[in-house]
Design a protein around this ligand. Structure first.
Ligand SMILES: NC(=O)c1ccc[n+]([C@@H]2O[C@H](COP(=O)([O-])OP(=O)(O)OC[C@H]3O[C@@H](n4cnc5c(N)ncnc54)[C@H](O)[C@@H]3O)[C@@H](O)[C@H]2O)c1
Length: 324
């Protein structure tokens, strides 16, 4: 049975930063189509374009604005009930422009929280900050739960963790209503294969459909925990509406550890001509294994992932076929 807390967001006014991004535009579409929300999208198109929300464009207000530009951004928050703060500089770009990474991932969050602390936002019910399981870094103790120590190994992980910490501090010190989700490798439709940051799964699917080999780095036994986009969106909305999510942090994943070899095999089972090739390990492959514990979000909020990996990959491949 559908968790009744979801009904709270129906018809509400919602602002989504980074709302043209992979997760963002899927979230926007769900908020419009399933919850009849009045959605304001804020995105500066650093890594996206407006065409991704074409199907809901007449029901959404889009502002090509940077989250760092308070003069343009803050007036859009008036009378908003929920804010989903997704705007980010992705991990692959974070070390080439570390200052921008810090500004977008962390400073914009602090600016937003400061604005709410000093401004008048009487109908604001929740801000959701979307963080990343990369904050855990590398560890031998798996699965990772929210009480495990953080161990950042990249600029991106450092700035996402800083964004989280500001968010929690402003909750504790000023009662600003927040929740945090830590996504683990989100995949699925809407993640452009032309985007250089689309991750191993996106790259594999793109290559399998364009007659290029799936390139496995090292022995292929590196693992991650893959989350299907609809599950990530569902968990994010639940983190906004559930009273038990207030002021807290939740892993969002499948709880299943999947190797690169398994991904390659699942794809080559579905795309008949796909071939697999191996290349030596790179220095940046610094996290060997990752799988997250999803008991907290299950026990507290009643969320469980619904999409299995095989079906998720197949539906992602079917979507890629429509855009290639
Ligand atoms: N996709 C994943 O697997 C994953 C994993 C962990 C965490 N996350 C987090 O989830 C959120 C969404 O990730 P995504 O995969 O959709 O990323 P994405 O890069 O697809 O989307 C980010 C969006 O933010 C926009 N943006 C960048 N700088 C901006 C600025 N200054 N002002 C306004 N907009 C700006 C980009 O144009 C883009 O549309 C991010 O906060 C990310 O850190 C994603």
């Amino acid at each position: 049975m559908r968790n009744t807390h979801y009904n709270k967001i129906k018809g509400k006014k919602v602002l989504v930063t980074g709302g043209l991004g992979f997760v963002g535009h899927n979230l926007v579409k769900t908020l419009v189509n399933d919850y009849q929300c009045k959605v304001i999208v804020v995105d500066d198109c650093t890594n996206s374009n407006e065409s991704v929300i074409a199907s809901v464009r007449d029901k959404v207000t889009f502002h090509k604005v940077s989250v760092l530009d308070g003069d343009a951004f803050f007036p859009l928050m008036v009378d908003v009930n929920y804010i989903f703060h997704l705007a980010c500089i992705q991990i692959a770009a974070s070390s080439s422009d570390p200052l921008l990474d810090m500004q977008v991932n962390a400073q914009s969050t602090l600016q937003l929280l400061e604005q709410i602390r000093h401004g008048e936002y009487p109908v604001l019910e929740r801000i959701v900050y979307t963080s990343s399981c990369s904050v855990y870094g590398s560890t031998s103790r798996l699965p990772l739960d929210e009480n495990d120590p953080t161990n950042v190994l990249s600029n991106y992980a450092a700035t996402k963790l800083l964004g989280e910490q500001y968010t929690l501090i402003y909750n504790r010190n000023y009662n600003i209503p927040v929740s945090i989700v830590r996504y683990s490798n989100v995949y699925g439709y809407g993640q452009s294969p032309r985007n250089p940051y689309c991750g191993v799964l996106g790259k594999f699917i793109h290559n399998s459909l364009t007659c290029q080999p799936l390139t496995v780095v090292g022995d292929g036994e590196q693992t991650r925990d893959y989350t299907f986009i609809t599950d990530a969106v569902d968990a994010t909305i639940l983190a906004a509406v559930h009273p038990m999510a207030y002021g807290d942090v939740f892993n969002v994943g499948s709880g299943i550890e999947t190797s690169v070899n398994r991904l390659a095999n699942l794809i080559s089972d579905y795309v008949k001509d796909a071939t697999i090739t191996h290349v030596p390990e790179r220095d940046i492959d610094n996290i060997r294994r990752r799988v997250v514990d999803i008991e907290k979000i299950h026990q507290r909020l009643g969320w469980v992932p619904k999409m299995g990996l095989q079906k998720g990959i197949e539906s992602t491949i079917d979507w890629y076929k429509t855009i290639l």
